[in-house]
Unconditional design. Structure first.
Lengths: 313, 313
């Protein structure tokens, strides 16, 4: 199996209560690619400027990511984001956004990228997402992410795009905003009624939930005493989730649940250091060790209650 | 085993987006008692006024709760609380509080209440909690709840009370406020360093977490499409948790984990109708059915990841 991701490639400047970095490799497609590369073969599609150099390509190549569909725009500059976090690390505050080459991005997929079994449409304009989805008609599994901006200004297009994918991966505020329904469970049922087989709701420090027609699965986040930089955690989650599924022969509920854990595992590593630093040096042993920790911290014995008096009867 | 709970007994007026009630039986000791009565023998200790009548006693007696230590103050009126909730049902807005007899409450426990194996100190002034704890020196398990008010105005007394209990049961905002530490995991470690063997952090719609010295356990809330009235959910959780433990011969980590589930099960029923209405008519079959649903919604297979290429090697 192989996987294609389409999204942003960026330089990020980030400040958190624990430090700051002026220029790091970032962007949804980058965080997603690095995470998914631990599980499957990855093609990344996105635009960069002339300031995107050998060092940046090297980070992706070190993880075996295929960068043939990174479009380098002559005379252009790479998407730049500057943001900061207060002690509430769940909320990113944007200080500057320079779209640069990302503003004119029209995704063009090579034959190899079109041949992927699994496709992830990271957070880009929903018309573009739909265009990409049409370029990969034979994908077995297609998922998308989005953001409040598109729900505000391109809702109809987004709904049309959602109809054409298998899995929607968003956060709880987005699920409520998208449906106008305050109760998350009702909001989830509504989104599923539009067509997707599954909805994943990311809840930051509270974990994540998987909704499908007949099932509900919810997991906590890995308990971290130090979160250094939450940037890219959502895309890293999606990378672990989709990457793991791309490695599986059977895409059933059980595989989706394990994929939720691998997504959470990858996200938990991502936030331990700035930018992509932690994921770059991650090993499969570390991933599996944390997967087992998730089992430990969610397991309980299924012993229904009986009053002693009732047992004695 | 038997259980004693000390706390408020109240009349509540509650308005939510789904309706309103002018006068319902409420209070932390009431919600706790009803929930715990499904698992063990319960003694409730708290003050009421002359307006607390046969109908109110009948609700407790119907569940077998021992009300001998309810102190009826001649000429007094019962604690009254009026509040409302917006669509964010996690936040209660207080519109009126009339402490009445609760303002002069000095808990006096009968021989029977002092003989309990399990003691719950619901949210009352921490000096009073400590006084009660000293009246039950042989309890095998003692837990307390508290609130932001006591953290603000009686922090030193509260810390002294916390040192003398086995389990602290609070919400995440209170854990952060109590320690001044924004990271919940660090905050939890700090509270455990003061003496308790376990800390439970209630997270409303996001579930609950159990911290102990060598273990972390986290569960989601039961997914409800309609939450009618969250009042008393926290005390109902504590009632299910402590009531279940009171029924168990061994108070180990495995029992605590199952108790977390039973607490969550009870809380999930509590919020389905106004006040105590849902819990009053609950059955053990319904409780066990929802316990099993928790297993369903948290279970995944522990299969570490191996790349196909690595397997082939």
């Amino acid at each position: 199996m192989s996987l294609t991701v389409v999204g942003s490639i960026a330089f990020d400047a980030v400040k958190t209560p624990f430090g700051e970095r002026e220029r790091m490799l970032g962007g949804s497609a980058v965080h997603f690619s690095l995470a998914s590369s631990f599980f499957t073969d990855v093609h990344v599609v996105g635009p960069v400027g002339e300031d995107f150099g050998e060092d940046e390509y090297a980070v992706l190549h070190a993880r075996g990511v295929n960068t043939d569909d990174i479009e380098r725009v002559p005379g252009g500059r790479t998407f730049f984001w500057r943001g900061h976090y207060e002690y509430d690390l769940n909320t990113a505050h944007t200080d500057d956004t320079q779209l640069n080459v990302f503003g004119d991005f029209r995704p063009k997929l090579s034959e190899a990228s079109r041949g992927a079994d699994v496709l992830f449409l990271a957070n880009i304009q929903p018309d573009l997402q739909r265009g990409v989805r049409e370029q990969v008609p034979n994908a077995e599994l297609v998922a998308l992410d989005t953001m409040n901006l598109w729900i505000d200004i391109a809702r109809d297009s987004l709904l049309q795009t959602i109809k054409g994918v298998d899995v929607v991966i968003i956060n709880d505020a987005e699920a409520r905003q998208l449906t106008g329904i305050p109760n998350l469970i009702k909001a989830a049922r509504t989104i599923l009624s539009w067509g997707p087989k599954a909805l994943i709701v990311k809840r930051g420090e509270y974990g994540a939930a998987l909704f499908s027609e007949n099932s509900y699965f919810a997991i906590p986040a890995y308990p971290l005493e130090s979160v250094f930089d939450p940037t890219g955690a959502g895309d890293t989650f999606a990378g672990g989730f989709m990457g793991y599924l791309s490695s599986q022969a059977k895409l059933d509920e059980a595989a989706m649940r394990r994929a939720m854990i691998f997504g959470s595992v990858m996200a938990s590593f991502n936030v331990e250091e700035f930018g992509t630093a932690r994921v770059q040096k991650l090993t499969h042993d570390e991933i599996n060790e944390r997967f087992r920790a998730f089992k430990q911290m969610t397991h309980f014995e299924e012993i229904p209650f009986q009053r002693t008096a009732e047992i004695a009867k």
